[in-house]
Ligand binder design. Structure first.
Ligand code: SF4
Length: 296
């Protein structure tokens, strides 16, 4: 039974962003992965995605983060993006870039507003040790050739900061994009789901993470650095939609189902959840906004 109270008349200013896991399959197996859940192997057909998008639109959400797993493993990705754009949503596509060919990049041109590429180290051996063989080359190829005049979307480089790359491994990452209007987003390692099992190898304190971010900002004053902290006490964060329609929020080292997009009005779910708890999202709105928008 859904423990959240359903309230009518959703507020005007509500959650505006939803993370849509269009697949939970992935072509990599990063040891610290917190976004991959292995129990849903199927992908929604486009007809069902359309139903969910209608629900998302009724909830007045304006931005959809397209994520996985790895979204590019879906062969119908372009059709999905076309549909999302037809609804008028702003789109953020997160990828490890391994399947991002020039042809696909060209097709993404008018379908994504923000492209997020993972890069966890400034050198190939360390990065690929965690991200898999070839990921460093794939990511840096996109980042170094990115030209905002040619690519009409904004680029974000996502780096998960953990024990292993903290002291020696991320400091030189900006060499791939210095001088370009790229946001470098640092994400504190999150011990959630399978990622929790390896926390002893990867976790760092929020204090250390923030200090490191400050040091890097000082070192690269012209680079826009956005931070995403993790705190075990943080209760509710972003709203996620899984391929089975489940709507989830993070809750400590797990995710918690708060509704289902096939059965519930997302606007009601949002209100019932965020009515009861102050969310990280609301408390840290500026930080969140900065993490993907501040590129001008
Ligand atoms: S590429 Fe992303 S989704 Fe895939 S295993 Fe690595 S962290 Fe998880």
């Amino acid at each position: 039974m859904n423990p959240y109270r359903i309230i009518s008349n959703p507020p005007v200013n509500s959650i505006t962003y939803l993370g849509y896991r269009i697949t939970e399959r992935c072509n990599q197996s990063c040891p610290f992965c917190f976004s991959r859940e292995k129990d849903i192997a199927f992908d929604q057909p486009i007809s069902e995605i359309k139903l969910c998008l209608e629900n998302i639109q009724r909830a007045r959400i304006s931005t959809i983060g397209i994520m996985g797993g790895e979204p590019l493993v879906r062969h119908d990705l372009i059709n999905i993006l076309k549909l999302i754009k037809k609804f008028g949503f702003e789109t953020i596509l997160s990828t490890n870039a391994l399947l991002l060919t020039d042809n696909l990049l060209h097709q993404l041109k008018h379908l994504v507003d923000y492209l997020s590429i993972s890069l966890d180290a400034d050198n190939q051996p360390l990065n690929d040790h965690y991200r898999g063989i070839g990921q460093f080359t794939a990511a840096t190829r996109i980042i170094t050739t990115y030209n905002p005049q040619i690519h009409p979307f904004k680029l974000k480089v996502n780096t998960i900061v953990h024990q292993q790359n903290f002291h020696n491994g991320i400091d030189q990452i900006p060499r791939f994009f210095l001088g370009k209007p790229i946001v470098w987003k640092l994400l504190q390692y999150t011990p959630r789901l399978d990622g929790f099992k390896v926390r002893d190898q990867f976790q760092i304190t929020t204090k250390a993470f923030k200090l490191k971010s400050q040091q890097l900002q000082k070192k690269y004053p012209s680079t826009i650095i956005a931070q995403r902290t993790y705190s075990i006490n943080e209760k509710y964060d972003l709203l996620l939609l899984r391929p089975n329609g489940d709507l989830q929020i993070n809750h400590h080292d797990q995710y918690q189902v708060v509704g289902n997009a096939y059965q519930d009005e997302i606007s009601h779910v949002i209100e019932s959840v965020w009515h009861q708890q102050t969310s990280y999202y609301h408390e840290n709105w500026d930080e969140f906004e900065r993490s993907y928008r501040q590129l001008n």
